[in-house]
Design a protein around this ligand. Structure first.
Ligand SMILES: O=P(O)(O)OC[C@H]1O[C@H](O[C@H]2O[C@H](CO)[C@@H](O)[C@H](O)[C@H]2O)[C@H](O)[C@@H](O)[C@@H]1O
Length: 246
């Protein structure tokens, strides 16, 4: 995997694309807390126009819950994978809900106890996954990582998903790559040129799938290493690129 600094920008969006878009760090600039993100002017209009231009083949692929995505991008209800692929809304609008876990509640209580020792650290409960954030207090990183790693032996069938200022505990067996692969098997995504735009480690699963299918992976920012072969500088550059193709 190359260093991303010299990667070219993606070409202009074409009519035959299936476009998959990560949310935090890609469409939305990173904010201090999950609730503090702001949807920039023009983004919702650009997404709506692009969805029409691509005959519906545009989907969000996010670590957030579908309900959060709908609130952020209202009035749009786009095809989407939430919780890193655990929840899915297909183009025909039906939803595959996640299965609620049991032992995760125990882990949640333990995480709250650790987070209380580090003001600014945050435990985000998403029902089927739990994200432990240290952006508000970097001193919490080690304790939150250690807590998560120690939980894996008893939190059966769960795995860790590291991210930007966060570590997330989520069930094994689904990731953004699985979600994109599933959408690419059905209308209106099937048969199109797959393109995924994302910034974080969790997006590498999606990059792998689109590249395996002859598509294109677009990294946002400078994280390295990455499988991506195209790059956009930041969410503002993503918006300009989307708006130009809308
Ligand atoms: O897959 P994504 O759409 O990129 O979602 C990944 C996680 O995004 C959110 O956390 C991240 O963004 C927050 C707001 O900018 C930031 O405060 C936090 O440090 C980041 O990790 C969201 O809260 C998570 O649930 C998502 O999994």
């Amino acid at each position: 995997m190359d260093a991303p600094a010299h990667l070219p920008p993606p070409p202009a969006i074409a009519d035959d694309w299936a476009l998959f878009l990560d949310v935090d760090g890609t469409l939305l600039a990173i904010a201090g807390t999950p609730d503090a993100v702001r949807v920039p002017p023009g983004l919702i209009d650009a997404l709506a126009s692009l969805q029409q231009r691509l005959d519906g083949a545009l989907a969000l692929v996010s670590g957030r819950r579908l309900a959060q995505l709908d609130a952020l991008f209202a009035p749009l209800k786009l095809p989407a994978a939430g919780l890193h692929g655990l929840e899915r809304r297909h183009a025909d609008n039906h939803i595959d809900p996640p299965t609620p876990p049991s032992l995760l509640a125990v882990f949640h209580r333990k995480a709250e106890l650790v987070a209380e020792r580090y003001p600014g650290a945050l435990v985000e409960d998403k029902d089927s996954t739990i994200a432990l954030h240290w952006r508000g207090n970097p001193h919490a990183e080690q304790a939150l990582r250690e807590l998560s790693e120690a939980a894996l032996p008893w939190l059966h069938d769960y795995r860790l998903q590291p991210g930007d200022g966060v570590i997330e505990v989520r069930p094994v067996g689904t990731d953004k790559g699985d979600a994109i692969a599933a959408l690419l098997d059905e209308a209106p995504f099937a048969g199109r040129h797959a393109v995924f735009v994302g910034d974080d480690l969790t997006d590498e699963h999606g990059f792998e799938v689109v590249l395996d299918r002859g598509g294109m992976a677009v990294l946002v920012g400078n994280r390295q290493p990455s499988r991506a072969r195209h790059r956009l500088h930041d969410p503002a550059a993503v918006l300009a690129w989307l708006a130009a193709g809308a």
